[in-house]
Design a protein around this ligand. Structure first.
Ligand code: KMH
Ligand code: ZN
Length: 275
């Protein structure tokens, strides 16, 4: 089987230090968490950034500082910026990190409830605008889908020529408002994407490691990290993102999947070699 890409979503926009004191806010903390994940086997960092007080931001300068700090300690890691940001941000704010010409960025392919009164808005025209922006800058989108209809939206936009092939999907499963995280759900999602696509799975909360194990077995890739889950096991907060990545790496080893280095991950994802 193809080598396994572990993505670490080290920070997110919603999770707080009250939930786990190791959640990073400052530039230094973000670099520390990226390094812990990279040392444990992550080839890719899915990046959100915060102000020092924890407020989520899409500020270009803050992203620039964080990416620089990450690259100083993990020079070859792939950094994928979030264009999802936090619920309620404007499109202009969300698009800011693309100005840095990152290797990858997320492309959220539909609107969904996000718990309580929160709605994560991604209309069809927004998706077209976001991907146009990525295409102009040669940024590879990771198509984030929280439900099956979002896979269909991405495929429709691919057929219309907006999204390039091969597509790379991230199935985010278990969000309160999106698809649940049962084995049958992942089988359904994987069976719904075009041949030649790559995919990763991000199980939310207690679904993180069951979904990771399924992703490893089914030949996909996996995402773990504080954005989606702060516990190493029931009732045990993870001390770092590295602990979560190390657990995914142990599962991979037991199940016979070798880990992809960042260079190998670039090949699998069709990204240009790092200069
Ligand atoms: N924070 C969520 C509202 C992304 O990174 O593109 C959206 C999110 C998706 O995290
Ligand atoms: Zn995210």
């Amino acid at each position: 089987m193809e080598k396994l890409i572990i993505t670490a979503c080290i920070c997110g926009a919603e999770v707080t230090k009250e939930q786990n004191p190791a959640v990073p806010y400052t530039v230094e903390e973000i670099a520390r968490e990226a390094k812990s994940a990279y040392d444990a086997g992550a080839a890719l960092i899915h990046l959100h950034v915060r102000e020092d007080d924890g407020t989520p931001t899409q500020n270009k300068e803050r992203f620039e500082a964080c990416i620089k700090a990450i690259k100083e300690v993990c020079p070859d890691v792939i950094v994928q910026v979030s264009t999802g940001g936090a619920v309620g941000m404007s499109n202009e704010e969300r698009l800011q990190p693309l100005l840095l010409n990152p290797e990858m960025a997320t492309l959220d392919c539909g609107t969904c409830n996000f718990g309580g009164d929160e709605i994560f808005v991604n209309t069809e025209n927004m998706i077209i605008d976001f991907v146009k922006n990525m295409n102009e800058r040669n940024v590879k989108p990771e198509i984030e889908v929280f439900d099956k209809g979002m896979v269909d939206m991405a495929c429709r936009l691919q057929r219309k020529g907006h999204i390039k092939t091969p597509m790379h999907f991230d199935f985010v499963m278990g969000v309160n408002g999106g698809i649940s995280a049962e084995a049958r759900d992942l089988v359904f999602m994987v069976g719904s994407i075009p041949q030649g696509s790559t995919w990763t799975v991000a199980g939310v909360g207690r679904n993180q490691f069951p979904m990771a194990a399924m992703g490893i077995l089914m030949g996909g890739h996996v995402r773990v990290g504080f954005e989606d889950n702060v516990y190493l096991e029931k009732g045990v907060p993870a001390k770092s993102n590295g602990e979560l990545v190390a657990k995914a790496a142990r599962l991979a080893k037991e199940l016979g999947r070798e880990l992809a280095t960042p260079a190998e991950a670039r090949k699998i994802l069709g990204l240009p070699e790092q200069k």
